[in-house]
Design a protein around this ligand. Sequence first.
Ligand SMILES: NC(=O)c1ccc[n+]([C@@H]2O[C@H](COP(=O)([O-])OP(=O)(O)OC[C@H]3O[C@@H](n4cnc5c(N)ncnc54)[C@H](OP(=O)(O)O)[C@@H]3O)[C@@H](O)[C@H]2O)c1
Length: 286
Amino acid sequence: MSILITGVAGFLGSHLGQLFTERGRPFTGTYNRKKPALPAEQLDLFDREEVLKKLEQLRPSAILHLAAAASPNWCELNPKESQVINVDAAITLAAYARNAGIPFLFTSTDLVFDGQNAPYEEDWAPSPICTYGMQKAAAEQGVLLAYPEATIVRLPLMYGWGNNFLKEWVEKLKGGNPLSAFVDEYRTPVYVQDAALGLALLLDLGATGFYHLGGPEPVSRFDMALHIARAFGVDERLVQPGKQAEVAMPAPRPTDVSLSSERAFALGYQPRKIGEAMGELARQYH
Ligand SMILES: NC(=O)c1ccc[n+]([C@@H]2O[C@H](COP(=O)([O-])OP(=O)(O)OC[C@H]3O[C@@H](n4cnc5c(N)ncnc54)[C@H](OP(=O)(O)O)[C@@H]3O)[C@@H](O)[C@H]2O)c1
């Protein structure tokens, strides 16, 4: 029996798979379209019967459910399809885990909050303003109904090498191009490797209930771009202030969804500060 990681080919999943590999910890991942260079089997979470069949076959010792339609804009434009993966599949997996008596960790988001009352604590009621946030909030409730001892892990904006904005921003700045970054969108971003370490910690400690794995400091997208410019040795004047309020996007974005992660900090979760993490990422860059 090994741990099941859904979405192992994704941004967080690939880092978690790497961490488990380094620790010699047996796991099996599932992917949908993109086969990763990690132990993984194809499984479309749209197909409930296939999901249940695969679970019976794998009989995992724990489930870390990372797979999701994680683009807020895509969810806004495709509410029915995203509901199946973001809500229904999460509940199916949670119900299986409860019957099997195994731990279940569900990855939710800071976008379950409306951005008006940051920093948000673990027990605060969700107040989503976009379809993706509404689906994740519905999944949190559905998962807990199916399995009251489940672990709900709310993640902030994550950064690192992989499928996210970092590479694009670095290449733009390194090429001497101006980069416009929002001054009016605050999060508590976390280095993806620290989010993976946090998930492993919660699993190892058998933590249940709500946890936030936010970064140690609230920053705007503009602040993040300045950190990147400094770490990668680029002229900071290339970073220019932009306003999300002036950019039309399908999904509305809350202004400040900074998370308070005190509950996880008390368990030993220690995410790196952005300056330190960016320094490490810059040293890995070639
Ligand atoms: N990235 C962030 O900043 C962030 C912030 C807050 C919360 N989160 C949450 O953290 C978790 C991991 O996020 P991430 O950034 O790693 O997402 P990601 O890179 O988009 O990965 C998500 C994975 O889900 C898989 N998936 C999507 N639809 C599927 C389906 N129908 N069947 C099976 N697998 C399917 C995708 O596989 P294929 O590519 O093969 O389709 C993909 O590898 C998600 O729950 C997300 O909501 C992320």
